[in-house]
Every structure is written in C-alpha cells, then in structure tokens.
Design a protein around this ligand. Structure first.
Ligand code: ZN
Length: 481
C-alpha cells in the first residue's frame, strides 16, 4: 500500500531577554548550577510571579512576523506534572487562550510554493535541567538538578500538520529560524538549545482523509537529526502497518548515535495535565495601538530582503536565497556593500571562501574575526591589481584566522602582485632558458606550451606575478627568438 506522511512541528524558542519570565534572575547561559535562582523561580511558598513585559513584546513580535492574529485577551494557565525539573510541580504556560494564533509561513521546495499553517504561539517558562551521573539515564547512579534554566522565557510555536516530507519540514524550520533571527527576539540556535524542535508524524493510506495515529519525537537538536528521524519514523510506522499492527500514540526520543527512536511514554492527552487558569497572574490585555507600535518596529523580513537584493542589487535568486537564510550573513553582506559597490563579487566571496571556512571550522557567523570593512578593502585590492585573485584567497584565509587588515598581511608577507616589467623579464629569461623543449613546441605551433611556461613563471613568483603582463611579455619574447 502507498502511504502519505503527515508531519507537524512544535518548536520551542528561547527568548533573548535579560531576565527570566516571572522574576529578575539573569537568563545568561552557563554559570555555576543554581546560582541564577531566587525564591520566585524556585517556586518557594508565598512568592508571586510578575510577567516580564519584554516577554510579551517578543512573543507578539514573533507572532506578527509569522502572520498571526494577536489576541487582545489572553491568559496564563498551570500545566501540572510531577517531575524534579519543575520546582512547583506545574509549569506556567498558556492553554486555551494563547497570545497568537492562525499564522503561516510560505515555503518553497522543488515541488513549488506551499503555505504551512501556524496554529498558535504561546508563552511559557522553561524547566530546570537534570544532570544524570554516568553515561546514560538507565545506568545512572543518581541525578542532580540545576534550576538556572527554570523560568527562562520560551515561546512554543505549533504548526498545523501541513508538511508531507522531510524536505518540507527542513524548509519550514529554516524559514522559521531565519524569521525569528530577523525579529531579534531569539538567537534561534538549534545547536545551543535556543531553538528546539519536536516532530509529530503519522501515516495514512494515500487518498484517506482522516489522519493516522501519530508519534511525537522529542530531543532533536539539529536539522540533520530532523531529517534522519523523519526517515526512521516513516520506515518504522510502515513496518508496523504492513505487518497488520497498529501505531500507538506515544512520545518517543531520538538517539543520535544509534540512529533510532525509543518509546518514552504513552502520550498524555491534554486533560491529564489538569490545566487550570493561573490564579497568581492577571489576564494579559493588549491594546490595538501597542500591537501596531510593535508591528512598525519589525525589521525587514527575509522574503522582502531577498526581493530587494534581487531587484536593487542585481543578485541572482540563488545568491539572495543563501545570504538571506541567516541574519548574520545578511548583516555582513550589507556592511560590506556600504563600502564596496559590486554586489555579485561580494556574494561570490561570501558563498565561496567565507562559508567554506565557516563550515569547515564550525564558527558562528556572529563570532567572525574578519570585519566587513576589511572584506571590502580586500576586494578593492584585487580590483586595483595590487594582488591577484589567487593571492587574495591566501590573504583572506589569514584575515579569517587573525582579523588582521589585508594591507598589513600583504606588506608583512610580501604578497604584492609583481607588475614591474624588469623583474618579470628576468623571470621570463630564466624560465625560457630552462625549458627549451616547451619553447620549441610553442614555435612548432603547440599553443599549450605557452600555458605551461606561464605556469612555471607564476610558480617561481609564488603566485605574485601579474598573469596578464606575463602573458604579453612572454609572447613578445618567444616571437623574438
Ligand atoms: Zn528567579
């Protein structure tokens, strides 16, 4: 039987506020365990939460950027469950009246354009972190709890089950990550846990309207894991259905090293959490003019930026797509462009040398040592003929490592392009003398020999000879022989 896969995502995004959602503890990552805590985020009796206004602002901004309706009336609820990562045995979240709903993201895959619905976005507090002793939870002798993360603000973005392939999910997550980055409400870094994704996946026979039973897979911390988990779950569920079995509704976890999912627990229905309105926080009432003020503050989004780069800067769609996928990359491009006019040359260097280095060394784009002005200076040095394109790559590698100015690197390492004819003529004499066979070949009409001789001179000059001048002088020399 042919099956259709149905996928939805729940994405937790950590908001980049200075302090926690209901107290004034810092949200900084790291720190000694249990040092970023206070009576409120430890849930001690008698304390009362107060909503951080910045969290509301960021949640609304994310909602506006994701084309959501913003609720003018929303409220907080208690989600009850007992686990040591919660100090209060409940998490303050939003249940039936979330801050945002009915949004969407437009994505594009090989199969064309598609709109993926956003069901809702709600605000909630993060839980603490359990640190298990030993290698795995099953062999652990004990666990310690760190509450530094308890009360760090999150938004949970829930998509409609609109996706039908791993490719669509990855495209959805890429677009979502870029949009969130642009709004500035979060770093949205999957590897560091500020963007976490759960995937809901079910199968149904092609043509069937009702959804099949879904499994929810948690613990995905890279785009690569998302792709792998989807393929694994499709295979697992097909096997069950083909052998006449039934998929059960459950929460599963992904083991990256083993490349498989494991059952964690049978899936709770929401009534098992016994949600009820949070009595310690008043409802959140948002005025229309406040929403409009935030809407006006939103920066240009990836889609508009892409269009402008294509229409105004004359970049190919492909280049614009790659650069706008990351806010840090766009900022770098823009900054170089203010110092240097040729957009296509900038994008060639970004997509070539820069991204190759970034990927090879696993460096964060916002931690680059090379400054945009230095990149512009390097491109100008190539244009003026002071260094060749080949040498420029060498200089770039040094700039990337050290953050030094291209001019200083060139001077220090003596990399200036040699266009001086007297110096070049000496090199030509030598090479012609030591390669009589190639000279003969050239004379006999084998033009390939010319390329070989030019190559020898370039080699001798450590790539610094000006190839255009070499070519001209060498032809003159050979013709005079
Ligand atoms: Zn606190």
């Amino acid at each position: 039987m042919d099956y259709e896969v149905v996928i939805g995502c729940e994405v937790h995004v950590e908001l980049k506020t200075k302090t926690k959602i209901f107290c004034s503890c810092p949200t900084d990552f790291g720190g000694e365990p249990n040092t970023h805590v206070c009576p409120v985020c430890l849930g001690l009796p008698g304390t009362l939460p107060v909503l951080n206004k910045k969290v509301l602002e960021y949640a609304i901004k994310a909602g506006l950027a994701l084309n959501c309706e913003i609720a003018q009336f929303s409220k907080f609820d208690r989600k009850n469950y007992f686990y040591p990562d919660l100090t209060k045995a409940y998490q303050i979240s939003q249940f039936d009246l979330p801050i945002c709903k009915n949004g969407y993201i437009d994505i594009e895959t090989d199969k064309g354009k598609k709109r993926i619905g956003i069901t809702r976005i709600h605000m909630e507090e993060d839980a603490g972190k359990l640190v298990h002793q030993g290698n795995t939870i099953t062999t652990s002798a004990g666990s310690l709890v760190d509450y530094n993360r308890a009360g760090v603000p999150l938004i949970e973005i829930v998509s409609e089950p609109d996706m039908r392939s791993a490719e669509e999910v990855v495209e959805f997550l890429n677009s979502l990550k870029a949009i969130i980055e642009y709004t500035g409400v979060s770093d949205a870094r999957m590897e560091q846990g500020s963007l976490r994704c759960d995937v809901n996946l079910s199968l149904r026979p092609v043509g069937q309207i009702e959804f099949g039973t879904r499994a929810e897979i948690k613990n995905l911390n890279s785009f690569r894991s998302v792709e792998r988990v989807i393929q694994y779950e499709i295979d697992r569920q097909v096997d069950i259905l083909e052998s006449g079995g039934k998929v059960i509704q459950e929460t599963r976890t992904w083991d990256e090293s083993k490349g498989r999912t494991y059952s964690l627990r049978s899936k709770e229905d929401s009534d098992e959490y016994r949600y009820f309105p949070e009595p310690d926080l008043p409802p959140v009432i948002v005025m229309e003019d406040y929403i409009e003020k935030l809407r006006a503050e939103l920066p240009e989004m990836p889609k508009e930026k892409r269009r402008r780069m294509i229409e105004k800067d004359g970049l190919p769609e492909y280049d614009a797509g790659i650069i706008t996928a990351s806010k840090a990359l766009v900022d770098f491009y823009d900054a170089v462009h203010t110092h240097y006019g040729d957009a296509k040359k900038i994008s060639n260097w970004i997509m070539g040398e820069l991204l190759a280095k970034v990927n090879a060394e696993g460096i964060e784009l916002n931690a680059l040592k090379i400054q945009p002005e230095q990149m512009a200076a390097l491109l100008k040095l190539v244009d003026s003929g002071e260094i060749s394109g080949k040498i420029a790559k060498k200089v770039f590698a040094e700039m990337f490592e050290t953050g030094n100015n291209p001019g200083d690197i060139i001077k220090k390492q003596g990399l200036m392009q040699i266009s001086d004819e007297t110096a070049l003529k000496t090199m030509i004499e030598q090479v012609v003398e030591t390669n009589p066979k190639s000279v003969e070949d050239y004379k006999a009409g084998k033009t390939k020999a010319l390329g070989f001789l030019v190559g020898q001179i370039m080699k001798q000059s450590r790539g610094q000879a000006n190839p255009a001048v070499i070519n001209r002088l060498l032809v003159e020399k050979l013709n005079s022989m």
